[in-house]
Design a protein around this ligand. Structure first.
Ligand SMILES: [Fe+2]
Length: 219
């Protein structure tokens, strides 16, 4: 199959999936429909508090960290929503339980200071990842952020930032949100990314949730 044929096959598959979603809308309840739709996880802004070079670790928060314990796990999948992607790099960063990042300087991406509540890991042979952390706190969009002036003061719902990449797929940057957060509806980013909102369930003293991430093929 040459490149043109492969592109054609890809288009057909996407059209088929779109067609399935439209067909399903008439017959299936919303939760069942959501499970049937296969699409790459939508990307979102990087945000002002990203920093390059976070340490390799999956346990972002130790027992000394204030806040409710949270475990997020999932699988990174290729665009067929079935094939696991091993050795995908999963990078996460978040605010602490009071809504503070380890840097409060927007755009301080190359700062090499102490990293806190940030980490990166590779998915295992089955494409799985698992992070241990605490529930991130909400925080207001700071004033005078270039390009975000109109959103200053909006309370961001609790979220964890992700950046996921693998050599044969298109990297994605996104934010993970938690169902039931009353601040999702008025947040311009969370409200536009319903596929990045997961339900949490109680686990011991804390909560846990599953978030699978689908990457587009690069060719
Ligand atoms: Fe954030």
């Amino acid at each position: 199959m040459d490149k043109r044929q492969r592109l054609g096959a890809g288009l057909s598959r996407r059209r088929f999936l779109y067609g399935s979603a439209v067909l399903g809308a008439g017959f299936l309840a919303a939760p069942a429909l959501a499970q049937q739709v296969c699409r790459p996880t939508a990307g979102d802004i990087l945000g002002p508090y990203y920093r390059f070079g976070s340490p390799f670790l999956a346990k972002l928060a130790g027992p000394e960290e204030a806040g409710e314990r949270l475990v997020v796990s999932g699988t990174v999948l290729s665009e067929d929503c079935r094939t696991p992607i091993a050795n995908a790099l999963v990078e996460v960063w978040q605010a602490n339980s009071t809504g503070q990042y380890d840097t409060q300087t927007p755009g301080n991406f190359t700062d090499k200071g102490n990293f806190h509540l940030r980490g990166m890991l590779y998915t295992d042979a089955q494409g799985r990842y698992r992070i241990e952390t605490v529930m991130p706190g909400r925080y207001p969009v700071p004033p005078n952020l270039p390009g975000l002036e109109q959103y200053a003061g909006i309370t961001r719902p609790a979220h964890i930032h992700f950046r996921v990449m693998e050599s044969l797929h298109v990297p994605v940057t996104l934010q993970l949100y938690f169902a039931g957060d009353p601040y999702i509806a008025k947040d311009p980013w969370a409200s536009a990314h319903p596929d990045s909102v997961i339900a949490l369930e109680a686990e011991g003293e804390g909560r846990r949730g599953v978030f699978d991430i689908v990457l587009s093929r690069g060719v």
